[in-house]
Design a protein around this ligand. Structure first.
Ligand code: ADP
Ligand code: MG
Length: 392
């Protein structure tokens, strides 16, 4: 039992007057390669990180949900019973918006036809909020496990991921693809996973021996991300329509060149499509590098991914480009790229084990000379997907 579990147990008892019955956890994730491909039915290569959302809970006999967030220092109460009508009301106060992720999960389960009992929940987490490491998906997946567990139900990890994504899309209102929730729900300890976002098939592969994954947060928050993300999605959808396919997944580089010759795409659409088509190819190639243990080639694909995200998909920013350039020049770094939606958030780098601690400190000091932002470096192994935790 770590200190967070003890803190959570204590907070639960203080707030709700009895002991929690069960605890569950769901991790954040980092995507090693395959960016802006999930909503194009393409490929991603994520792994879960050793940071998670932890929820202790106790089921109730009525339909009240009480949820305490240790980070937000805030208790929210709502009802999941039929008297609440068709829709659980969203939080009106900004300070309670975090609870919409929980209400959204309950709403989606009600829409599945479940008659839910209430539950008391206390939650804590160490996935940085809004950094692109998917604290929102970790919160949703952990909430799904808690709500289902409190109601004596079990769903498959894939179904939980889909329902969690639906909660974020339809209730919270963020049009994310399936990458975040599927990673959190289905990750395998010690492995990265090739994710086929069309079939939702996951194929695990271990990281190369002697190589560490280093995540660095630029400290820049992704202010533009919602509108720019939706714009990129719309551009990809328009590109697919112009090319006569349902998703850019179905386009080859050769097909893209033919479409260009035929004048089917304007210059911006062409750049966006080029990134997606090339990134799908790079992701499948990167997976092959994992299975053959070729870390150098994997790193080169990460570099190419960053260049396209910067120049063709245009979702990088000064801070991310600086972080990647600094990382790339440091000893032992095999590849580096922005990870997540872009416009801020984190980079991910592959670094030889013997260089990792020097890499982390040199990166921090060089970056701080350029940007006065609350940057952070996280070293992580590939964590297990969501599941129960022993409360002790
Ligand atoms: P990301 O998923 O990249 O971290 P998002 O903007 O999608 O960023 O989600 C962040 C939001 O998720 C936070 O602003 C908060 O509302 C909610 N959240 C995540 N983890 C927690 C937590 N431990 N406690 C309360 N709210 C959380
Ligand atoms: Mg999120």
């Amino acid at each position: 039992m770590d200190h967070r579990t003890i803190e959570l147990r204590t907070a639960f008892k203080q707030s709700f007057g009895s002991d929690a019955q069960v605890a569950v956890r769901a991790p954040g994730r980092v995507n090693l390669i395959g960016e802006h491909t999930d909503y194009n039915d393409g490929f991603c290569l994520p792994m879960a990180i050793e940071r998670d959302v932890l929820i202790a809970y106790r089921s109730r006999s009525d339909t009240t949900v009480r949820v305490l967030s240790l980070q937000q220092k805030n208790l929210e109460i709502f009802d999941v019973g039929p008297s609440e009508g068709n829709r659980i009301h969203k939080s009106s106060q900004v300070s309670a918006r975090w609870a919409d992720y929980i209400k959204g999960c309950a709403q989606v389960l009600r829409e599945e036809g479940l008659k839910l009992h209430g539950v008391d929940m206390a939650l804590t987490g160490d996935v940085p909020l809004g950094s692109g490491l998917s604290s929102s998906a970790a919160l949703e997946v952990a909430t799904m496990l808690a709500l289902l567990g409190a109601n004596g139900l079990t769903f498959s990890a894939e179904k939980i991921a889909k329902l969690a994504q639906r909660a974020e899309n339809t209730y919270v209102g963020t049009q994310c693809g399936i990458l975040d929730q599927l990673s959190s729900a289905c990750a395998v300890h010690g492995q990265a996973m090739l994710m086929d976002c069309r079939t939702l098939a996951l194929t695990p592969a271990p990281l190369p021996k002697g190589i560490s994954v280093v995540i660095a947060d630029t400290g820049k928050r992704r202010g533009l991300v919602d509108s720019a993300y939706n714009e990129r999605r719309a551009q990809c959808e328009a590109g697919a329509r112009a090319l006569g396919v349902s998703h850019l997944r179905d386009v080859s580089m050769a097909g893209l060149w033919q479409a260009r010759q035929a004048g089917k795409l304007d210059a911006v659409a062409l750049k966006r499509c080029e990134h997606v088509v090339a990134e799908n190819g790079r992701t499948v190639a990167a997976f092959a590098c994992l299975t053959s243990g070729n870390a150098e080639a994997f790193g080169q694909l990460m570099d190419q991914s960053h260049a396209d995200l910067r120049d063709k998909f245009e979702v990088s920013c000064r801070e991310l480009d600086d972080m990647v350039a600094i990382s790339r020049a440091l000893p032992g770094c095999l590849g580096s790229r922005m990870t997540g939606a872009g416009f801020g958030g984190c980079t991910v780098s592959l670094v030889k084990d013997e260089h990792t601690s020097a890499f982390a400190s040199s990166l921090a000091s060089a970056y701080k000379k350029l940007h006065d932002l609350p940057m952070a470096v996280y070293l992580t192994c590939a964590a297990a997907g969501a599941g129960p935790v022993v409360l002790g």
